[in-house]
Design a protein around this ligand. Sequence first.
Ligand SMILES: [Zn+2]
Length: 244
Amino acid sequence: MTRNLPTVRVRAPPADDALPTEPAQLPAPLDAELPPLPTLESFCDDATLNKHVVPGAHGYAFAVAKGNRFRVIDLHGEQIVDFMAWVHDKPFTRLEKMSTAYTRYHLSGVQPAIGECLWTNADRPILRVTADTVKVHDMTFMSCFPDLYKKMGLRGHRSCAQNIFEAMEDFGMKDILEIAEPFNIFQNTPNYSLKRLGSSKPGDYIEFEALQDVVCAVSSCPYDIDGVNGGVITDVGIVIAEKK
Ligand SMILES: [Zn+2]
C-alpha cells in the first residue's frame, strides 16, 4: 500500500545501549487468582532479550508467548505510545482483544497498578503490569487518526491508527477500522484534560507479562501540535524477554 511520508519532526535513532536492561522494580503482592508474578531474574538473566527500536511517528507489531515479559520504553522522554493487544489464537482471528472498558471495570483506580491486569473483551486478563517507572497512562482517548489531521489541514500527517494498522497488516489486518481502543502509555491526561503532558523521562518504561499468547502493537504517537509529545516525536524501545 502507499504509505504517507511523515511530516513530523523526528530525532535520530539512539545508540544501541539506549535500551536499558536493568532489573525491574519489586512487584506488588501476588493476586491469588493469577499465577505468581515472575521473578526479576526471568526478565534479564534467564531470558533472551529481543530488542527493537520503533522509529518516531511509526508503529510496530510483535508476538509474545504466554509467560514472557516485555517492556515499552520511552527512550527520549515525553513520548506517548499507543498500545493495543490481541489474543494470538491459531488461526489468528483478532476477535479477542484488550478492552479499555473491561480493564477499567476491573481496576482499583484509573489505571493499572503494578500487579493489575489489562483485560479483554471476553473478560479475561491478557497482560499484567509487572513494573512501571511512570504510573501515568491513559485509557480514555482514542488513537489519533488520519482524518483528525486532515481536518487541521495536515493531509498526509502520520497517525497512531494508521501506524498500528500498517504494523498489523503483517498479522492479517485488512482495514484500519479493525484496530482497537488504545491503552495510551505515558499519556498524562487526567479527567480527559489535554493540558501539557510530559510525565515520562528518558529511559522510563512499563513492563508487562503476557497471560495469554498475544500479538501487541505500538505507535510512537505522531501528534506534534501544541507541545504534545514534547513537540518532537521520538523513538520507542521494545524489549521482549523470551524465556530460554
Ligand atoms: Zn497518536
